[in-house]
Design a protein around this ligand. Sequence first.
Ligand code: CO
Length: 221
Amino acid sequence: MTADISKLFERNRHWAAQMERDRPGFFRSLMAQQEPKYMWIGCSDSRVPANQITGLEPGEVFVHRNVANVVVPTDLNCLSTIQFAVDQLKIEHLMVVGHYGCGGVKAALLDQRVGLADNWLRHIKDVRDRHASLIASTAEHLRHDVLCELNVIEQVMNVAQTTVMQDAWQRGQQVTLHAWCYGLSDGLVHDMHLSVSGTGGIEEKYKAAIAGVSEERRHLV
Ligand code: CO
């Protein structure tokens, strides 16, 4: 079946009319300003839509997505998005959301070549290599899931180390970072139990979150 682009316009008109019927003035109120309290950094995967998963409406979540939800300090795109969200929108929670079954994470885990993106996935291979012993001690069929979890934990640490977050916390702004993993098979979000709202005790929280990953897997094996 070929993709029909005109259908999208049709659906858009239907959706806009439905919204206006249910909530008269909805779009006009959004036009004035956006006041999201949440920022979502997730995978580009089409099966992981931020708003639908969390039941949030337009205007409620500020979103940045890329292949395998990676945050690196040289990525001006991602950093600019975080900066705008924190400094201008004053978001209160930022979640890095990975998902089980992530193709990017799998390619990194198994050293599969996918093309140009191999260079991007190098960041996940760094995560894989940093936790090589944990991954090696995990049953083979669970390694993909484990690396998905390790990846979001590491990416939250990367967010925490950006100048944007360091400056925000320095001036006393309340922003909490979270590490989540979404299950494609059941639609549920799993919390990796890493909540970072400042630089204090961050190393201990990180270690506890990593320990939690291996702990959970031991029960499953
Ligand atoms: Co993915």
